[in-house]
Write a protein that binds this ligand. Structure first.
Ligand code: ADP
Ligand code: SF4
Length: 685
């Protein structure tokens, strides 16, 4: 039963002509499925509704090929043929009693129209965002009229699809109405440019048009970024608040955030829960309409406080709803300790950037709801309950044991060290990564409630121990270790002379090694590890020279919206960055690096070398067992499965996913593991 303290969160809220059953609101978020994988998108949204999110929205929804976002995969309502796919989502959401919202989007110069080859529109002539070598053209009055008509028509299509809430999108410095608001994008001298009243005109008209078209049955929401955190941009205390005040009573709902996306979805490495509150404070006093806002909220008490203090009416969430689609239901049912809290890693965002179905570190079922039939809260029981041994309690082993236990297996989870959690326990002690320990917190709590799982620590297993255990199903989740010879992407052979200098790996640093200064850190991994180790060493007073073959540090983190923050932090710590360089050889005095383009060598004096290149799977135990089939047979071992990093090192998200997948699939009948996909229907010629 729910704690009555949280009743306030379960009050219905009127949003124009519709009413949401509670204050939990899944704001629009990308998912890499959109119009390409519509049934997968629909099921994912439906599961959020099942988990009691009162409102469930789409991602950005293109209204016309005049502004399309390819190769990014978003929703689409170009014409009536797009209605059935979104109607499917509305049906899934309505089936569970929630409201469905759609974020109609026309992105102007932010969308280079790579597919349609239409010339992008903007308030004034300008190069498009990013590096596409094309420009957007200044819109004529006729274009503005056409845009209004297109938006209106799309709103009508959205209503036909079944949506209850229809957005006018002026957020993230993406939507064209936002570009009209800002002086740095709008240099017009007609009635749509110049003074603020004029710059607001288009947004005002779009809200009025939408209300006129669909306002009888649908609520009209506005997503507005009130602060851009950029020189010359909108500020919360300046024009951001003025715009809000001017339009305060016009929409039925305000969805308020900050621009751009990297400021809206900051990772936990750079901002903690509630980081947007300063921008939201005081807005409620300016309107009688409900306000929804975000801040990676996972704590019910913080949510309660936001409503009590009059900051927000509705608790908005994108990432917390991805990590736990059942977050509201768990509060509703008094199961708070079961909430799977978002760790703020933005692996989910990478799905949008790579145009693939989103994935989540905490929730391995995300994106798999339709294609693999996975559910975040339930798993199919095994048909023949039996004993299982899971070796290694990193993220893969923990998830594997949890799912096996939930499926009805009797599980022994055996860990060689005293600490559970493997790499997550170690990495979450690195600068800025403490929230990552939530991956363990959630799983350890879940395991503590599974009487069928026994955990043994400080028991490093050898082959004979596994044979003696005589469990019919053995899962090896023994992880991986960082290589100390430089081999990786850039170097396909060990680094010549590597033993000439003291060499360290991330494992050494995490184990507390002291590195002689200056240290040359070679990052050929390109995710977070190199940069967090550089931060840690700099904090210890060690001089760090950061060498990477990529053009910038931690280059994969462009996909998690962090790269610019990471590079800035390293520069602020006076870390020397030598980009576009690989290593040639090592001498007792330092390292010879070489330009990635010209091969020109360059000597860099260093007292030690920290190699962040690649990892080697720890497969010793697995190999000894797999190479002894007769002993396995006589011990009664029927299946032997590699799980997580010891199968192939990857992200924590991949390890958790692997744990779940192996635990679900080890007993599947051959041919039953079909990954569903949707194939476009050919037009009749
Ligand atoms: P993953 O990301 O795949 O879960 P980790 O490296 O995080 O991998 O975790 C692997 C865990 O396995 C570590 O905690 C390690 O101590 C443990 N381990 C490795 N070999 C053995 C073994 N032979 N017996 C028991 N535990 C082991
Ligand atoms: Fe949160 Fe990371 Fe999952 Fe995204 S991928 S929802 S940031 S835990």
């Amino acid at each position: 039963m729910r704690d009555p303290r949280y009743d306030l969160l379960f009050e219905p809220v009127h949003i124009g002509p519709v009413r949401t059953r509670n204050r939990f609101y899944q704001v629009p978020h990308c998912n890499g499925m959109g119009h390409v994988h519509p049934s997968a998108m629909a099921r994912m949204r439906g599961i959020k509704a099942e988990g009691s999110w009162g409102v469930v929205c789409t991602e950005e929804c293109e209204i016309s090929p005049l502004s399309e976002f390819s190769p990014y995969i978003e929703a689409r309502l170009w014409d009536k043929r797009d209605i059935p796919a979104l109607a499917r989502m509305c049906d899934e959401v309505h089936r569970h009693g929630s409201l469905a919202g759609v974020e109609l989007a026309f992105n102007g110069y932010s969308a280079p129209n790579r597919y349609s080859r239409e010339i992008p529109w903007a308030p004034s002539n300008t190069p498009v965002r990013g590096y596409d070598p094309i420009q957007a053209r200044a819109m004529s009055r006729a274009d503005i009229k056409q845009l209004r008509e297109m938006h209106r028509a799309a709103a009508l299509r959205a209503r036909q699809a079944g949506f209850d809430i229809i957005y006018v999108y002026a957020g993230h410095d993406l939507g064209l109405p936002f570009h009209f608001l800002t002086q740095r994008n709008n240099r017009r001298d007609d009635e749509y440019g110049g003074v603020l009243e004029n710059r607001v005109r288009l947004l005002r008209e779009l809200i009025e048009d939408t209300r006129d078209a669909v306002g009888d049955r649908c609520a009209v929401a506005v997503r507005l970024a009130v602060d851009e955190q950029v020189a010359g941009g909108l500020t919360r205390d300046g024009e951001g608040a003025e715009i809000f005040s001017m339009l305060a009573q016009l929409p039925d709902l305000w969805d308020v955030n900050v621009a751009n996306w990297s400021n809206d979805s900051v990772t936990s490495r750079f901002a903690s829960e509630g980081y947007q509150e300063a921008f939201l404070l005081g807005l409620k006093a300016l309107t009688t309409k409900p306000i929804v806002g975000v801040g990676r909220y996972t704590s019910p008490d913080t949510m309660l406080s936001l409503v009590r203090r009059g900051v927000l009416d509705l608790i908005g969430a994108a990432r917390p709803s991805i990590a736990d689609p059942f977050l509201p239901k768990k509060i509703e049912e008094g199961r708070m300790e079961e909430i799977r809290e978002c760790i703020g890693c933005n692996v989910c965002v990478s799905g949008d950037h790579t145009s693939t179905p989103l994935r989540c570190t905490q929730n391995p079922t995300m994106g798999e709801e339709w294609r693999r039939g996975w559910h975040p809260e339930s798993v199919e029981p095994v048909s023949h309950p039996n004993r299982a041994l899971v070796v290694g309690a990193g993220p893969a082993g923990l998830e594997c044991a949890r799912i096996l236990g939930a499926r009805g297996m009797e599980v022994a989870l055996v860990e060689g060290t005293r600490t559970l959690g493997g790499r997550v326990a170690l990495e979450s002690r690195l600068p800025g990564l403490s929230s990552w320990s939530r991956v363990l917190d959630y799983r350890l709590d879940a395991l503590s409630r599974l009487s069928s799982v026994e955990i043994y620590r400080e028991s490093r297993l050898e082959m004979q121990d596994v044979l003696d255990f005589a469990a019919p199903h053995v899962f090896i989740a023994t992880g991986s270790s960082w290589r100390r010879d430089g081999l990786g992407r850039a170097l396909r052979q060990p680094l010549p002379g590597v033993q000439s200098l003291q060499v360290f790996t991330p494992d050494d640093v995490m184990a507390g090694a002291v590195l002689p200064s200056p240290v040359l850190l070679f990052d050929d991994d390109h995710y977070y590890m190199g940069s967090v180790l550089a931060e840690r060493l700099a904090a210890q007073g060690v001089e760090v020279i950061f060498v990477t073959p990529a053009p910038d540090v931690a280059t994969w983190t462009h996909n998690t919206l962090e790269q610019h923050r990471i590079q800035r932090r390293l520069l602020e710590l006076n870390i020397t960055i030598i980009a576009s360089h690989s290593l040639m050889n090592v001498t007792p005095e330092g390292v010879v690096a070489c330009c990635a383009y010209t091969d020109r060598p360059r000597f860099i004096p260093a007292a030690s070398l920290l190699l962040v290149t690649s990892r080697e799977p720890e497969q010793g135990l697995y190999l000894s067992l797999s190479e002894s089939p007769e002993q396995r047979l006589s011990a009664g071992i029927e299946t032997l499965t590699l799980v997580g990093d010891c199968l192939a090192p990857g992200t924590i998200a991949a390890a958790v996913y692997s744990g779940r997948r192996m635990a679900r699939e080890f007993d599947a009948p051959a041919g039953s593991l079909i990954m569903r996909r949707e194939i476009p229907q050919l037009e009749v010629l």
